[in-house]
Write a protein that binds this ligand. Structure first.
Ligand SMILES: *Cc1c(COP(=O)(O)O)cnc(C)c1O
Length: 364
């Protein structure tokens, strides 16, 4: 990493390429046709990454990923709607918190942080509660790295005739998916995760008819997803309010780099190689993973903290940072963990170097 004092092994913001950072080293006009053409092509490329089925569109939204999730929940749910949230970690619980804050009726299918949602349990809840109009689930639950069965859940949501919202924040662009096959009406992600851009905006790929049904429903002016979409459609790529121009340009470069790498399949293969090497190497050094291997995404891995009395996360973190690697604290409530991300401009050679640094830092 010649251009950075450390490699970010975190789930976003993550390590980005020099070209992505370089795209931000000038000022960009926000309203002319040159810029709007960039926005138009980004929107088309995001739809193409989500699905090849017809009838889908995309919206870009300022802010971090949570702003985008909030814009979807606050815009998609009608006044008499009710949301069922499938949760097994912080990000599922955050969707419930958004509904609570906005005064939207909701219920949670809480699977526990190490539990995997059962499609049959979801189907049962939907059969018992006709008021539930929308279901939200998280594809990769970044709290643990768990990959949730979003397509199997989606089949139940669609069979029951409800609207399906998927938080694909930490998977989109890094894990192959087909939004139409998954049954997702709204798919949400952001610039600074697997597309490998920098933070500043998120995006929603939506089934056009589902989005068109949302006019006038938003509970917020700035997070009105429908209005944001309508302006982008009618004004040829214009954002309603100041757009993060530098971040958008960097994102365009990041999308070019995704194509050069060989698309989502090739990126996924690199992340899988990173994660396999990481878990095998860490296990050799005595670290256990929180989840069984079958549940793991290649995005981030939660490791159980050592129980040795001399272990302190802060010291371990500082030792690794001094050696050029930034890891991530744990977020699981009933297990002491730390996490290591394997996405971003990170390759197996970096993971080899990390494992050597971990070996030198284990001194408790
Ligand atoms: C990163 C992430 C988010 C959004 O987090 P922000 O900090 O608002 O960008 C939402 N859901 C998941 C699963 C994530 O990994």
């Amino acid at each position: 990493m010649p251009d950075n004092p450390y490699l970010l092994l975190t789930p976003g913001p993550l390590s980005t390429s020099k070209a992505v950072k370089a795209a931000m080293l000038r000022d960009w006009c926000t309203w002319d046709d040159e810029y709007n053409a960039v926005v138009r092509s980004l929107r088309e490329e995001l739809v193409a990454l989500a699905t090849s089925a017809p009838g889908y569109t995309s919206v870009l939204m300022q802010g971090s990923g949570t702003f985008c999730v909030e814009s979807v929940i606050g815009t998609a749910l009608p006044r008499d709607g009710k949301l069922l949230v499938v949760a097994n970690g912080v990000y599922g619980q955050r969707i419930a918190a958004i509904a609570r804050t906005l005064g939207i009726a909701y219920t949670v299918l809480d699977c526990g942080e190490t539990g995997r949602p059962e499609p049959a349990a979801l189907a049962q809840i939907l059969a018992n509660d006709a008021r539930i109009s929308h279901v939200a689930a998280v594809h990769c639950e970044t709290t643990t790295g768990m990959l949730n069965p979003v397509a199997a859940l989606g089949a139940e949501v669609k069979a029951a005739g409800r609207v399906y919202i998927v938080d694909a924040m930490s998977s989109f662009g890094g894990i192959p998916l087909d939004q139409a096959a998954m049954g997702a009406d709204f798919l949400i992600s952001s610039a600074n995760k697997c597309i490998q851009g920098v933070p500043g905006f998120g995006f929603v790929v939506a089934r056009r008819e589902a989005l068109e049904a949302c006019a006038g429903q938003a509970r917020s002016l700035s997070l009105d997803l429908y209005d944001q979409w309508r302006v982008m459609e009618e004004k040829g790529g214009k954002w309603r309010f100041t757009s993060p121009t530098h971040v958008v340009r960097a994102f365009a470069t990041a999308l070019e780099e995704l194509a050069v790498e060989g698309g989502v399949a090739a990126r996924h293969a690199r992340y899988v190689a990173n994660q396999r090497l990481l878990t095998a190497g860490m296990q050799e050094l005595g670290f256990a993973t929180l989840l069984p291997a079958a549940f793991h995404s290649p995005v981030i891995t939660a490791f159980c903290s050592p129980t040795a009395p001399g272990y302190r996360f802060e010291d371990f973190y500082a030792a690794l940072k001094a050696k050029g690697f930034v890891i991530y604290p744990g977020k699981v409530t009933d297990h002491d963990t730390f996490r290591i991300g394997t996405i971003g401009t990170v390759c197996p050679a970096d993971i080899e170097r990390l494992l050597a640094a971990v070996r030198e830092s284990v001194n408790w």
